[in-house]
Design a protein. Structure first.
Length: 185
């Protein structure tokens, strides 16, 4: 607990609180960013799932339409099989591209989270070192101030003693002068 009568100690405490507050703000900021990234990724995954279901529904509808055409047009089975294969290739390619996009986003988010965690650990370590150095500097400063105050007190006491001695000598000299003047007169 800082000594409220010592402005230096109070200043050091304020500095320490500012450093610790900045550290907490950075941690909260990175946590918020992580949550935001996770929410965006979750939204992307949900969107990809909905796209996949919509694409499957569309594919099934197209296949049912081709089945109906095949029943209505005799001899069209070979040509329609090619169309079905082309449709399946396109839908499969789109599905794979969507999955790759989600995987890339997941990988990117994980990479950002790993980098953020490493950054935060580094900053925490550096701030711990800074706070330890700050405490050492505070101790040294306060010890220096205490020693300086002690020395000033000693000098003041010595000076007061010297002044008293000088005043006494001066009074003695004045008395001697008075005595001499009295003898001469």
């Amino acid at each position: 607990m800082p000594d409220d009568t010592n402005p230096f100690q109070s200043a050091f405490e304020l500095q320490r609180q500012a450093i610790e507050g900045s550290q907490r703000a950075l941690t909260h900021s990175l946590e918020f960013q992580r949550q935001l990234n996770r929410a965006m990724l979750s939204g992307l995954e949900s969107g990809a799932d909905m796209n996949e279901r919509g694409a499957e529904t569309t594919r099934e509808t197209l296949h049912q339409t081709l089945d109906a055409v095949e029943q209505l047009v005799p001899g069209s089975a070979a040509g329609l099989d090619q169309v079905r294969a082309a449709i399946d290739e396109q839908f499969d390619a789109a599905s794979e591209a969507g999955q790759q996009a989600v995987e890339a986003a997941e990988s990117g988010v994980e990479g950002v989270e790993d980098a953020s965690e490493t950054y935060l650990e580094t900053v925490d370590s550096q701030l711990d070192t800074l706070l330890a150095a700050h405490e050492d500097f505070e101790s040294q400063t306060l010890a220096f101030l205490d020693e300086t105050e002690r020395q000033l007190d000693a000098i003041q006491q010595e000076a007061e003693g010297q002044v008293d001695e000088q005043v006494e000598r001066l009074q003695q000299q004045m008395q001697q002068l008075r005595d001499q003047l009295a003898e001469e007169s």
